[in-house]
Design a protein around this ligand. Structure first.
Ligand code: ADP
Length: 176
């Protein structure tokens, strides 16, 4: 039987959230698990276009996403959400408001994320062109007790995907 869940990928920009989330989604769709994916850039373009990157706006961004996740997950949809979501208090709020919250800390050192600089954002942030950039000019509060921690500087993409699928199967007992 399907059960709803929320896979919440949190971590620095460039840590690997979207890459792993996309692959996990593929794997779950192959097993006919209904999935909806919520991703930072797309959400900010539509649902939260009016918001910036102050703490207040970031919190409101996450609250709206949590609301959508809650509606879907209670109807047995698996949610794959990837957001930097740097603040502990708001992640806790999401945990308390949705059904079956699974926090995934996508952990890579800042130097590694910065060297990857997938979107060229770190370079801009270092040059002072982007304000409130997580890791550079804004804090990232590490999850203290995530259900899953992925060390993307040490494990390959496929190993990280396997770790998530293994959790869903063995710990969460999803029928995969
Ligand atoms: P985020 O969504 O966290 O901003 P992205 O997924 O966009 O990060 O970028 C992560 C980059 O790191 C990609 O270019 C990806 O190929 C690379 N990478 C290297 N090793 C890993 C790994 N083990 N897991 C995820 N991404 C990895």
């Amino acid at each position: 039987m399907n059960k709803g869940f929320v896979l919440w990928f949190t971590g620095l920009s460039g840590s690997g959230k979207s890459t792993i989330a996309d692959r996990v989604k593929e794997e779950l769709l192959k097993k006919n698990i209904p999935i909806e994916q919520l991703d930072g850039d797309e959400v900010r373009e539509h649902l939260t276009r009016d918001l910036g990157f102050s703490k207040e706006d970031r919190d409101e961004n996450i609250r709206r996403i949590a609301f959508v996740a809650k509606l879907l997950s209670r109807n047995k949809v698996g949610i794959i959400a990837s957001f930097i979501s740097p603040y502990e208090d708001i992640r806790k709020e999401v945990r308390d408001s949705v059904t079956n919250f699974i926090e995934i800390y996508v952990n890579a050192p800042l130097e590694v994320c910065e060297a990857r600089d997938v979107k060229g954002l770190y370079k801009k942030a270092r040059a002072g062109e982007i304000k409130n950039f997580t890791g550079i000019s804004d804090p990232y509060e590490e999850p203290k007790n995530p259900e899953i921690e992925l060390k993307t500087d040490k494990s390959s993409i496929e190993e990280c995907v396997k770790q998530v699928i293994h959790y869903l199967k063995e710990v969460y007992q999803l029928d995969l």
